[in-house]
Design a protein around this ligand. Structure first.
Ligand SMILES: Cc1cc2nc3c(=O)[nH]c(=O)nc-3n(C[C@H](O)[C@H](O)[C@H](O)COP(=O)(O)OP(=O)(O)OC[C@H]3O[C@@H](n4cnc5c(N)ncnc54)[C@H](O)[C@@H]3O)c2cc1C
Length: 462
């Protein structure tokens, strides 16, 4: 194709786009500020325990994940989540209740009251809201499914996915498929049944039925494999400081070991967080900053705790548990990491990943770290019936963890779409557009790659 592109950022978004573009014959260079690839994906081996400090797994919601695994020859590295991990718990009144996965399960569960179950049955008879897309997830769910379902299903669920709050998140932007069920089919139950057929045609898999996977050496395996594919075309420890345009070409400047270097190219793909992208692209449009800086990334603290299994009373037969805000705990939930992927410890031990903060409690950053760990441990150990101290602990603090698709996000989305149309050759991507999960980042990277190829092809024809 004879085109040169610079991809800024070697997180999963940048790496996937770069890989797919390179396969199409585009000349790609990736520039990454850190001294390692992966961005939010970090897997470290400490004291013989594998700690995934960012994402612990990915859902195979797009065929592109399978394509990457095959082409990068990672089939033997893949680990699928254990069957047990299908079972998830929610905390209510200091008791872990398994989340019902079927209508009979819903009927039997003590997680919801009889009144809440009756309220769910009214869902097909509830009309659309007049507020259109300007509804929070909380408003949407309360109207369609009732307050108790919001408090004990959706509230903990969004803490688990976004580290977010349903009162802040935009239903259309954060859960576009949920919003579309009402918009397109008039309701969630009817819509779910009809959309299953359509998804099959597109070879896409619903999040709730997609396979969950990781790798023997943790999530970093995928970024590392793409890094190996690119070899010297990834510049690490190199911070992009400006993107300049002259005629139809761009010049990207980056700081590497105290020296500013430049590379010329036909196009630039940014996959860095919005609050950093604003410093590079506001000169092209002063509104860029207004949108990019408004997107909120709350802090999250991740704890990794390993215990002797004999000291744990709770049956370890699931994915872990999530905590509704109403339960007033100092953490959001816990993954039972060595149950999800059984090779994470030997069978005499059990490893857990706990999350603190997010939009629910960003003020945890003001607390003394040692006291916070003790408080979280006490609550966790009481809930799990753990009678000993952990044999290993580790933590990772993310100052700006996950972008929140809050109310008003639709305007940001429109702005970025428009910005790209007005600035051919500049492409704005990353987890603040098109979904935050690893699966969504990969799916979106493929869409971005198509968009870039289309522009290159049109340019060639002209
Ligand atoms: C604690 C945590 C847990 C999570 N758990 C899950 C999970 O279990 N499952 C799931 O699917 N998702 C999970 N996610 C979300 C998911 O991991 C991220 O949304 C995704 O990895 C983001 O990828 P990205 O490439 O868009 O951005 P990033 O990973 O943020 O990558 C951006 C890259 O840009 C680089 N960069 C920044 N500025 C510059 C510059 N000026 N020049 C050059 N490079 C620069 C950064 O160093 C970084 O490497 C989690 C996220 C966090 C933080």
């Amino acid at each position: 194709m004879n085109k040169k592109i610079i991809v800024i950022g070697a997180g999963i978004s940048g790496l996937t786009s770069a890989y797919l573009l390179s396969k199409k014959g585009v000349d790609v260079t990736i520039i990454e500020k850190n001294d390692a690839v992966g961005g939010s994906i970090e897997s470290v081996m400490e004291n013989g325990f594998l700690f995934d400090r960012g994402p612990n797994s990915a859902l195979e919601t797009t065929p592109v994940i399978g394509q990457l695994i095959r082409e990068l020859e990672l089939e033997h590295e893949v680990l699928y989540a254990s069957k047990q991990a299908n079972k998830r718990y929610i905390l209510r009144d200091n008791t872990l209740h398994s989340l019902p996965m079927s209508p009979p399960g819903l009927f039997k569960t003590k997680l919801f009251s009889g009144k809440a179950k009756l309220r769910l049955m009214a869902e097909p008879f509830i009309g659309r809201s007049n507020d259109g897309y300007y509804q929070s997830l909380a408003e949407f769910v309360k109207r369609r499914l009732g307050q108790e379902f919001l408090d004990y299903a959706i509230n903990p669920f969004v803490a688990g996915v976004y580290a977010g709050r349903p009162e802040d998140l935009s239903v259309k932007s954060a859960f576009p498929k949920l919003y579309a069920l009402e918009e397109k089919y008039g309701g969630l139950i009817v819509g779910t049944i009809r959309s299953i057929r359509e998804r099959k045609k597109r070879a896409e898999v619903a999040k709730q039925s997609a396979k969950m996977l990781s790798f023997k050496s943790g999530m970093i395996t995928l970024p590392k494999a793409i890094e190996k594919y690119f070899g010297s075309n990834i510049l690490l420890s190199s911070e992009v400081t400006s993107v300049d345009k002259s005629e139809n070409r761009f010049s990207v400047s980056y700081l590497q070991i105290g020296t500013i270097n430049k590379i010329d190219c036909d196009a630039v793909l940014s996959t860095i967080p919005s609050y950093i992208a604003s410093s590079l692209f506001t000169k092209y449009d002063k509104e860029f900053k207004t949108h990019a800086d408004t997107i909120y990334y709350p802090p999250v603290l991740v704890y990794y705790l390993v215990y002797d299994r004999k000291d744990i009373k709770q049956d370890l037969d699931g994915f872990g548990f999530l905590i509704p805000a109403k339960e007033n705990k100092s953490f959001l939930g816990a993954l039972w990491s060595s149950i999800i992927f059984s090779d994470r410890t030997d069978e005499t031990k059990a490893a857990f990943t706990l999350f603190v903060g997010g939009s629910r409690n960003p003020d945890f950053v003001k607390e003394d770290r040692n006291s916070l760990l003790l408080k979280v441990r006490n609550e966790f150990e009481e809930l799990m019936g753990i009678s000993s101290d952990p044999i290993f602990t580790s933590e990772r603090f993310w100052e700006k963890a996950i972008p929140q698709y809050n109310l008003g996000y639709v305007e940001h989305e429109r702005f970025f779409d428009d910005f790209e149309k007005r600035n051919p050759g500049l492409f704005i991507s990353g987890n603040y557009r098109g979904g935050i999960s690893v699966g969504d980042c990969v799916k979106n990277a493929a869409l971005v790659c198509d968009k870039i190829n289309e522009q290159f092809t049109m340019h060639n024809v002209q």
